[in-house]
Ligand binder design. Structure first.
Ligand code: MN
Length: 478
């Protein structure tokens, strides 16, 4: 067996008890509940703001499940993957192996397999009133209305038939109409091909999938690479899919809900504002329109919603971007050990890079490589291999003690950045690189980090358990 055919790494155990990748939303809810990570909120929570308020307060701490939201029969879940460690659990790997595992799946996709028995088609609606049928929440204060925010948008290349999977924000604009923001990515390319021919573009929105399929939808891969095949590779099986009722699109058969429809040529309607990942609103403007042709779902379907700007929103985009940036940097700099898009940098704008420095000046080359790898990056900080880049305080410590602004700062004016950064002008702004590595030729003790021998082996949990409630006077006498 070649290296590429090796089964996915699962380091946490051996044999039958080795962790398996998660395969459905229901399996994932069981997993979260077994670990005390699922909060069940009161029935009848209001879909307008109140669902998002609970989800946001518990962001990164608990996933949230809402029975009968606003009296609706279909429950809502949120915050399924708001922590990197949870994503590692979903993959069945250690947190340090998340990027390697994702990159491996993107490089070695598994074709899906078609099935006719699809739970997601147990119930079929051909006459659709979206707001009556689905419990669609409104999240942030100035959002344009209820949204489908956690739906995988699946379309087919009109020329090749290959599928594309991604997430777009979809605002309810009428009983069977959605206003959809199509950024200049693969869905828009397919739509432009259809529109030029005067044709609609078939589409399906899949709601309620497992965390690995959600993550795969965010992979940065070429046009005509079907992201469902990456989901299969992450799950370690051919993903079971089924054909839509009103188009040729294949959707994950074990999902909760599918909204089928088509983008209309020559039609644009207002969409927005919508609370986005940088903690600001994406603006209202005329956008593409999807007309809904059918909705199918499980008998006891569950609707997943992602609160705009929350950790789940940020993390789902960050992991595939980190994996791509790490692979991109390693091609030129094999001594780049790890990268991290920090939460304070909205997991898009600030990159921390850990290197095993070989030569002075190298950190600045690494910064330039990173900026060339993603135009979203605004500030890149490079540190040595003794700094934990997942801890922002550690990175700040390295900047505080190893960086001098006249010598270690790189500024590139007037370059392309994110249009969602309100401080630049129409997506044009400055890049900044910070070299916080120590000089190679420093005296041995100058940058020697202080350390108390034996500190790391002390079991704190044991001490906290034993000594809570003990009278200190009595303890001294015994
Ligand atoms: Mn794509």
């Amino acid at each position: 067996m070649t290296k590429h055919e090796m089964p996915p790494k699962a380091k946490r155990g051996q044999g039958d008890n080795a962790p398996q990748p998660v395969r459905t939303l229901r399996d994932w809810l069981d997993h979260l509940q077994a670990r005390g990570r699922l909060a069940i909120i009161k029935p009848n929570t209001d879909l307008k703001f109140e669902v998002a308020a609970y989800a946001k307060r518990l962001d990164g701490v608990r996933a949230t499940l809402f029975p009968q939201p606003s009296g609706h029969a279909i429950p809502v879940v949120s915050g399924l993957v708001s922590d990197r460690g949870w994503m590692a659990d979903a993959m069945g790997v250690e947190p340090a192996d998340v990027l390697d595992r994702f990159q491996d799946a993107a490089l070695h996709p598994l074709p899906w397999s078609e099935t006719k028995s699809a739970p997601v088609q147990e119930v079929v609606h051909r006459q659709v009133n979206l707001e009556k049928l689905l419990p669609l929440p409104t999240h942030n204060e100035h959002d344009g209305g209820p949204y489908i925010s956690a739906g995988l948008m699946i379309t087919r290349n009109p020329k090749t038939g290959k599928q594309n999977v991604t997430i777009h924000r979809c605002q309810v604009n009428g009983p069977n109409r959605l206003g959809v923001l199509l950024l200049p990515r693969h869905t828009l390319t397919f739509f432009q091909m259809a529109e030029e021919a005067g044709q609609p573009l078939d589409a399906a929105i899949v709601i309620g999938v497992d965390p690995l399929t959600l993550l795969a939808s965010q992979a940065i891969v070429p046009l005509d690479q079907d992201e469902l095949e990456i989901a299969g590779a992450l799950q370690g099986r051919s993903l079971p899919v089924t054909k839509c009722l009103t188009s040729k699109i294949r959707v994950p058969a074990e999902a909760e809900i599918v909204v089928e429809g088509r983008f209309l040529p020559g039609v644009r309607e207002p969409e927005g504002p919508f609370g986005e990942f940088p903690q600001y609103y994406g603006p209202r403007a005329d956008r593409h329109v999807m007309e809904v042709t059918a909705v199918t779902h499980r008998k006891d379907a569950i609707l997943h919603t992602i609160v705009g700007g929350g950790l789940e929103h940020q993390l789902l985009g960050a992991i595939p971007k980190e994996a791509t940036l790490l692979a991109h940097l390693k091609r030129n700099f094999p001594n780049v050990l790890d990268v991290h898009l920090s939460p304070g940098g909205v997991m898009r704008f600030h990159l921390y890079v850990k290197i095993k420095k070989r030569q002075e000046g190298e950190a600045k080359n690494v910064m330039m490589g990173a900026f060339a790898g993603s135009f979203d990056l605004k500030h890149v900080t490079v540190v040595d291999d003794d700094v934990d880049i997942h801890n922002p305080t550690e990175v700040e410590w390295a900047v505080a003690t190893r960086f001098q602004a006249d010598r270690d700062l790189l500024i590139v004016p007037e370059s392309q950045g994110s249009r969602l950064d309100p401080s630049n002008r129409d997506g044009v702004g400055a890049k900044m690189g910070i070299d916080a590595t120590k000089p190679l030729k420093a005296e041995a003790m100058t940058f020697k980090r202080i350390r108390v021998p034996g500190e790391e082996t002390i079991d704190i949990a044991d001490i906290l358990k034993r000594d809570s409630g003990t009278d200190w006077r009595k303890a001294l006498k015994s």
